[in-house]
Design a protein around this ligand. Structure first.
Ligand code: PEP
Length: 249
């Protein structure tokens, strides 16, 4: 049985006062039957980790550099994230792939850095609308997964998030049939590469405009083990409703 995961990506949002939303979550979820993850901006990881200590909420970074240290102004290493109290890191979010030109090869190097630092990598994939309209979604996802996952990926160190780019922050979501098609495909690709035991342990999250009103239906979908949530993770009330839907699924 894969343990479900509700992950929140705060992106470039949140000053110190945003920690009150995290505090609300830690009070509500001192314990939980699912995993809960909040990825605040790097500036808050230290304080968020302290605030979440002893609760069911884990803290993660939103990106890391493939190297451990060096002359890389503005970057942050996986080791630094770990040192700040993070246990996870999002890798290859479409906003990194698009805004920073990140290739799948670079993402695989970042995932390796995450493993080396003892972090769980949440590796993202997803198609643009033009790719979907061209009927190329599955080959595109297959290529991204093949090139972004290191051979060292395991059920313990890797989570995959399928996030159609056209659904992120737009309020648009794929049909549950479309989500199931991609998630079933990813599972089959993982089985072909890593074998049944490893592949069946890797959690597959859906991401893209998940909100309290659509969470239950998404969580009932084949091979969906949770969600990566952007906008609706910023408010504890909304994210709690999503966590509760995951618990109930
Ligand atoms: C995301 O950026 O990972 C995301 C899924 O955003 P949103 O939930 O706002 O669509």
């Amino acid at each position: 049985m894969r343990r479900k995961l509700a992950a929140g990506n705060w992106k470039m949002n949140g000053l110190a006062e945003a920690l009150s939303e995290l505090n609300e979550l830690t009070v509500t979820y001192g314990e939980a039957p699912v995993d809960i993850l909040i990825c605040p901006p790097a500036t808050l990881i230290d304080r968020a980790s302290e605030a979440a200590e002893g609760s069911a909420v884990a803290i993660g970074g939103q990106d890391c550099h493939p190297k451990t240290s060096g002359a890389h102004t503005g970057d942050i290493s996986a080791e630094m994230l770990r040192d700040s109290g993070a246990s996870h890191v999002i890798i290859g979010h479409s906003e990194r792939r698009d805004d920073h030109g990140e290739s799948s090869a670079l993402i695989a190097a970042k995932a390796t850095a995450a493993y080396d630092a003892g972090l769980i990598a949440v590796v993202c994939c997803g198609e643009h609308l033009s790719t979907r309209e061209a009927g190329e979604t599955l080959p595109h996802i297959g290529k991204q997964i093949a090139e972004s996952l290191p051979d060292a990926a395991t059920a313990e160190n890797t989570v995959i998030a399928y996030e159609p780019v056209w659904a992120i922050g737009t309020g648009l979501t794929p049909t549950v049939e479309q989500i199931a098609e991609v998630h079933d495909f990813i599972r089959a690709e993982l089985i072909a590469r890593f074998g049944e035991t490893t592949a069946n342990g890797i959690r597959l999250l859906y991401g893209g405009s998940v909100k309290p009103s659509n969470a239950a239906e998404i969580f009932a979908t084949s091979n969906v083990d949770g969600a990566l949530v952007g906008g609706a993770s910023l408010k504890a009330a909304d994210f709690s409703a999503i966590i509760d839907a995951l618990v109930a699924a």
